[in-house]
Design a protein around this ligand. Structure first.
Ligand code: TTP
Ligand code: CA
Ligand code: CA
Length: 670
């Protein structure tokens, strides 16, 4: 009837006659102790917070639990508490409809970063100010962390319990090892050794006393699987797990006042379906004998990993969206239509087979802070203010990741900029040899923005995003934090090199870390080659020479003309200024730039200043790279020579960004 694998070892496949022995073996019990993913006695829980953001707001504002509340984001509702759901509200209703259906509805807008602010806050009028505010999920992340800490506190430490954070409001727990320990205490007959020392021997049966399921929702059995069947050890394991989960939920409520729902089953996929089965504040147990019946009522598109495109493709291929129908399809046919691997996976998953691991080491690979502008933004001033917010946003998340203790830190900072249909992305390495702080990230991010701006066509800008990626474990032996740099670290610290990609991409999706860079700046190519090369000095010097020239050429290019000046003249700014000199004094609509002597329309001044600012930053970055290159060259040949520290190190910012700060002051960004 169904998957042979599992049923071989499951009591479900055996007759309902009384058996003297368990369907499970000593070996399988031993597998439970190690949380083996193939163990048929495995117990996994999924815990999901009820109406999470709504609960966060209720707790924060101390609102009585029976009051209807929804969390608002701009003109939409993103979380609805259960009292409000009783009025028929869901995420898809408009605010007008919601108030009509539930006049007493409390609507709380999410916290926002206000343009130019240093910290997010709950602003009364944020929903009217989408253009100047950015949503902050920090309050919910913070609560999520507290909940996770409470759960971990309550359970034995890994590897006895494994906790995987699956999203902002859910976790998977692998309770197998923990449950095994409790079972052995309660049922000493399980301690063995097995008869004849044979681990394939079946266990004795559990006592026939009724299992105490307390208030759990037990998923029904179908007509062929009856409650008269005596429980076996898998049922016992589920009872023990459900006790643990009830304890965890009680603890979360006691400590933090949040309710959650949970599912307990033999794997992640079933546990997740279980937690959603009865809400709020309930837990559902899917015993192995109930799996078949439980699943056959489902649309398979509700199953983990089948909600998206894959699910749609399967619906199209087999003209059905129900598990029941799909159970009829032979595995060969599944494989033929959707491929061998997916076909096999699907065949097993709809039979409740899922051996995926609860993985506590799921680590953040990147962090993105983004904002779409409606209307678009038009000045560098505004863009820099947003960059500051992105940096603050990302930095607070980095602090959570332990960057201050140098546990894990990202290698790369990426900026995405959308203008019309074109997205440009720029990235820079984050120097490893010094403490990560907001100033460092802000300086690098401004440098990237400066590159975009200096290329022209930066405005109007419809989206800006900043991300960090390439997380690495903290460098051991790195004394660079406020102290000395080891030579290897210094090499890294040098490479705050800005590189670019001319790819056009969707700015919401940061590029995969291994993407091919279409074009790299000279310096980046230089460092890339340097780090890989074991070749002699001559090769390095040649490369350096080449790239230095490259930069000089760029800095003095005849095309290197401020955009506004270009409008007025095809000449260089200097020539242009000379030609125009004198005019500006008597023409009030014109002014002469003190930096480059260009004469421009007064209305162009802002853009022109921005252009200089951008150029300064870009030049500073290039200069910094040159200084670092030189420092690195000097300290290179002999490992005993004292290293040349680039100027400015240890003062909390990368060397040679002094000029950038001037520009910043001039435009009053600081
Ligand atoms: P969910 O767990 O999907 O929903 P929920 O916790 O609000 O309600 P339930 O009791 O049914 O679990 O999402 C968790 C939070 O994520 C939710 O409170 C708000 C946020 N969220 C969005 O912002 N947009 C969305 O489309 C979804 C699904 C969730
Ligand atoms: Ca939830
Ligand atoms: Ca959830």
């Amino acid at each position: 009837m169904s998957s042979p694998n599992f049923l071989e070892s499951s009591p479900v496949s055996l007759s309902s006659q009384r058996r003297r022995k368990s369907a499970f073996t000593y070996r399988q019990l031993a597998q439970l102790a190690t949380s083996a993913t193939s163990c048929p006695l495995r117990v996994i829980a999924h815990i999901d917070l009820d109406a999470f953001y709504a609960q966060c707001e209720m707790v924060r504002l101390d609102i009585p639990p029976d009051k209807p509340l929804a969390v608002q984001q701009w003109q939409g509702l993103i979380a609805i508490n259960y009292p409000a759901r009783a009025f028929g509200l869901n995420r898809h209703v408009t605010i007008t409809e919601a108030v009509k259906q539930c006049p007493d509805l409390i609507m709380q807008h999410v916290a926002t970063w206000k343009e130019g602010d240093e910290k997010w806050a709950y602003h009364e009028d944020s929903f009217k100010n989408m253009a100047t505010h950015k949503v902050s999920l920090d309050p919910y992340r913070l609560e999520s962390r507290r909940i996770l800490a409470t759960i971990k506190d309550h359970l034995p430490a890994a590897p006895v319990s494994k906790v995987e954070k699956a999203s902002i409001d859910e976790v998977f727990l692998d309770l197998s090892t923990h449950v095994h320990g409790i079972m052995l205490e309660r049922f000493p007959e399980l301690k063995g050794p097995p008869p004849y020392d044979d681990p394939t021997e079946q266990l004795p049966r559990p006592p026939t006393t009724a299992l105490e399921w307390q208030t759990d929702a037990l998923v029904d059995l179908d007509s062929t699987e009856t409650e008269d069947d005596d429980p076996d050890w898998d049922d016992v394991a589920m009872v023990v797990a459900s006790e643990i989960v009830r304890g965890v939920r009680a603890k979360i409520f006691e400590a933090l006042k949040y309710t959650c729902s949970a599912g307990v089953a033999r794997n992640k996929m079933l546990a997740k379906l279980g937690s959603a089965h009865k809400k709020p504040n309930q837990q559902t147990i899917i015993r192995n004998r109930a799996v078949h019946h439980f699943l056959s009522d489902f649309k398979f598109t509700k199953i983990r990993n089948l909600g998206g495109k894959l699910g749609d493709e399967i619906v199209a291929a087999f003209s059905t969206d129900t598990v029941k129908d799909l159970l009829e399809v032979p595995v060969e046919q599944l494989k033929k239509k959707i491929g061998d691997d997916t076909g096999t996976w699907l065949y097993n998953i709809i039979r409740g087979e899922d051996h995926s691991e609860v993985s506590p080491r799921t680590q953040i690979k990147s962090m993105l802070s983004a904002k779409s502008f409606r209307p678009s933004i038009n000045t560098l001033d505004t863009a820099v203010r947003w960059i500051r917010i992105f940096v603050a946003d990302i930095f607070s998340r980095l602090v959570e990741e332990g960057v201050l203790e140098n546990k894990r830190r990202p290698k790369t900072l990426n900026l995405y900029h959308r203008q019309g249909a074109q997205t440009r992305s720029k990235s820079a390495s984050i120097p490893m040899g010094r403490a990560m702080d907001e100033t460092l990230l802000f300086d690098i991010a401004k440098g990237l923005l400066a590159q975009v701006v200096s290329e022209g066509r930066a405005w109007p800008c419809a989206n800006l995003s900043l991300s960090v990626s390439g997380f690495e474990e903290g460098v051991t032996g790195n004394k660079g934090i406020g102290g000395f740099l080891l030579r290897g670290d210094e090499a890294k610290a040098i490479s705050a090199a800005v590189r670019e990609s001319s790819e056009v991409r969707n700015p919401e999706t940061p590029p995969p870390s291994k993407r091919r860079r279409v074009e790299e700046s000279g310096i980046q190519r230089f460092f890339g080659a340097r780090q890989e090369s074991s070749g002699g000095n001559s090769e390095r010097e040649e490369q350096q020479d080449f790239h230095m020239k490259d930069e000089i050429r760029e800095a003095h290019s005849p095309f290197d003309v401020p955009p506004s000046a270009q409008l007025a003249s095809d000449d260089t700014p200097k020539a242009h200024a000379e030609m125009q000199s004198g005019h500006s004094d008597d023409d009030p609509s014109r002014y002469t730039c003190s930096r480059c002597n260009s004469t421009l329309l007064v209305t162009e001044q802002g853009e022109h200043d921005d252009w200089h600012f951008a150029k300064d930053l870009a030049a500073d970055l290039a200069a910094e790279e040159r200084t670092n290159t030189a420092a690195r060259e000097q300290s290179r040949p002999s490992s005993t020579s004292s290293s040349t520290q680039p100027k400015g190190k240890g003062r909390g910012r990368p060397p040679n960004v002094v000029k950038a700060e001037k520009g910043q002051k001039k435009l009053q960004f600081g």
